[in-house]
Structures are given as structure tokens and as C-alpha cells.
Design a protein around this ligand. Sequence first.
Ligand code: ADP
Ligand code: MG
Ligand code: MG
Length: 249
Amino acid sequence: MATLVIKDLHVDVDTENGPKEILKGVDLTVNDGEVHAIMGPNGSGKSTLAYAVAGHPKYHITQGTVTLDGTELQDLPVDERAKAGLFLGMQYPVEVPGVSMANFLRTAKTALDGHAPKVRTWPKQVNTALAEMDLDSEFSSRSVNEGFSGGEKKRGEIAQLELLDPSFAILDEIDSGLDIDALKVVAGGIDAFSKKPGKAVLLITHYTRILRYVHPDRVHVFVDGRVSVTGGSELADNLEERGYEQYVK
Ligand code: ADP
Ligand code: MG
Ligand code: MG
């Protein structure tokens, strides 16, 4: 199962001048089996929402709750949120020099499952997941994201998603920096994940083009730290034509 319920979420970010409120009361429910898109202008707080739900230490939930299948996440450390089934594909995946993809994936999988993946089958699973994202098997011996192109980083995030097999995936601008072929590959991976039983996806994007390949059940427009309007996929078509201005006061 994978139902995420966000209620009246207020979030401060640490800045040089002290805490600043970025999220101002977000209400959002993504039910098991659904794909929701969050769209919105730059600076509206989309990444802040992703980080706050995932448990980034610079983002402080000052009010409200986030539950995944009834488990309250907001007071749990990052690793406990991951164990509860949450995955964050980051807008800017972090480079980790000196840690190979293979090592990182094995360590993460071991931490999530409480035991190491099977020696006999795991390397093959890794190679298959990489190949599905058009990444050569040599990527498993490279340092995590180091020297990867923008598109390779994003494809690597989806390979991770496939291997770590969370229940709920938040994907933050996974489509930015992808050319059309890579976009189709990444979208195919997201679509396949979302169709497995017990999964749900929150797809954060600035652009509508990925929604031609991954069809959301609901679309939310995010403005100034909250959900401004919610609709079906027709809302994305409307945004394509008329832009975000109509929703910005
Ligand atoms: P989006 O992902 O929608 O583009 P963000 O969540 O990245 O928006 O940012 C929302 C707002 O919060 C922006 O105005 C941004 O400048 C501000 N913000 C985010 N992180 C920080 C930070 N560490 N310090 C200061 N301001 C920040
Ligand atoms: Mg589905
Ligand atoms: Mg962002």
C-alpha cells in the first residue's frame, strides 16, 4: 500500500537571516495506485515540499502532519522515512566521490530490508535496472553521480527507484535536463513503477511534456507555498496554453 496524506503542512527553511516560512499550509492526499503531478512556477516551494516530506535537516515542519499508510513521518529521521516506504528522486542528485554505485545500492538496499540482497541475483538485478535506463553496466563501478551528465543522473535515479523498490516515490523535476529520448526512457520507468501493485507517485514538474508519457490521475498547481488549484489532466493542458500567471496573485 502507498497512501500519502499531507495535512496543513507548514515548513520553515534555515536561511542566513534565520528561519523563513516557505510552505504555508499544504493539503494533499495521494492514494495507493495513483500518480499525482505537482506543477508550479519556480520558487513556489515544490522542492521544499519534497525535502520536508523526505526529512532534509534544513527544512523544519512547524505545523501539520505527513502520514504514509497511517505512519506519521514528520518526527522520524530520514532513514526511518525510507524504511516506511518513501523514496525521493532529487532535482539535483548529489555526487558522492569514492562511493561506487554498486556499493551505494547494496548499502541502501541492506539498510532498507534489514539484510543484504542475495549475492547470486543482486548484481544481475543492478545490471538489468541500469540497462532499462540505457546505462551501461560500467556505471555500477563509477562513483555515485560523479561526472554523470544531467540526463545520466536522472536515469540513475530511476534505476535506484527500480532497485530500492519503495512504495511511494516523490520525483522532483526528474524531467529537467532530459532530451526527448531520455525523457521517454525515464517516463517509461516511472510508468512501469506506478503500475506495480501497492505503489504511488508524486511527480513534481515545471513542464507539461513529461505528462504526455506519464498520465497523472490528478494535477495540482502549486503557488506561493500551497496548492492553489487541483484538477485532472485537463489542468496541465490549460497550463500549457495559458501558463501559471492566471494562478499567481
Ligand atoms: P521550487 O522547487 O518550486 O522552485 P523551492 O522549494 O526550491 O521552489 O524554493 C521555494 C522558496 O524557498 C524560494 O523562494 C527559495 O529561494 C526559498 N529557499 C529554498 N531554500 C532556501 C534556503 N536554503 N535559503 C533561503 N531560501 C531558500
Ligand atoms: Mg496506477
Ligand atoms: Mg525545485
